[in-house]
Design a protein around this ligand. Sequence first.
Ligand code: SF4
Length: 379
Amino acid sequence: MNSMNSEKIPGLYIHIPFCLSKCHYCDFYSLTSVSAVPDFLDAFFKEMEVYRNRFDPFDTVYIGGGTPSLLSPEQLERILIGVRKNFNLISNPEITIETNPADLSRSFLESMRENGINRVNIGVQSFDEKVLNFLGRRHSVKQAISAIEASRKAGFHNIGLDLIYGVPAQDVESWLNTLKQAVVFSPEHVSCYQLTLEAKTPLGIRYRAGEFPLPGEELQYEFFMKTSELLEDAGYIHYEVSNFARGKEHTSRHNQKYWDHSPFLGLGPAAHSFQGNQRWWNHRSLDQYLAAINAGNLPIEATETLTMEQLRLEALYLGLRTKKGISLRDFKNQYHYDLSTQKKKILAKLKEEGFISIEDGYLSPTQTGLAVADSLSLI
Ligand code: SF4
């Protein structure tokens, strides 16, 4: 292992692989029966013990999935007690839970707060009932609104809303209406994801059968730029391709770790981990995950050692998706590559064309550059 990320504080990710029903666009690993939750939790506690004190202290904990809000308050409390028993958390950690609006009663939210969870991410996706139905979400617009209001009343000062755009039958105007409704609640964080359809999902199958089109490049660009404009006008910082924060203090500390090669430990089926130049991931299937742990093994499906060149390309790809961009000096120190001299010509061209700026030692995408960030990294 090299020492390139030894200074960075690690984050902890916990994957809860259960959902009550499957959304039509979803490619994540999750099961729709909750009967195996007790077995999963027993195995998860064993997995956590193996990593005891190996990564910590953590400054972020992210309980994702799946739908963690399906668990009972008692089960979530046990998870957080287990985290504190096995790992050190720095003072004032960011502890996030991903939730479905249908699960967010006031008492559930209050119990989350009592357990130390200080950030709630709500999968609202849309304030348009037609879009929710098309996506196969199991909640209504009314439930989304109650969930946000209940989160505030329960004392959450850090609320994130997840939204999806580019849905067939949704025009730019109706998407902007969803955004306008979102900002009424002044969430601290908004994530706007463009709908992508993996081949094997129900919507992916319908798309490939020609039932509906997806927005072409021009329309995608329009969605992207109008989203950015509306949220920036409402006071949000567009700090990453899909992410907006109401002030720097509300950017996601946890997600930042994925973008800057900080170490992170992922527990639970399908969870990924990263440290130094090693990446490893757990079995996707709960059965394989349980079998490995019950046989006394770690549930790791595969491990990958990244070369310096792979790390460098990843850092370029991820860095150019952030508004802050890439510190040329840090990049040179970490990846032994001087972008300003070795990519001088192409950078000058991209700058002239208005895709990037180079200021105060940072190579950053402009707003137009952010819209095509994935192609920018091919320099
Ligand atoms: S709630 Fe999330 S993880 Fe579960 S099926 Fe829907 S999109 Fe997938």
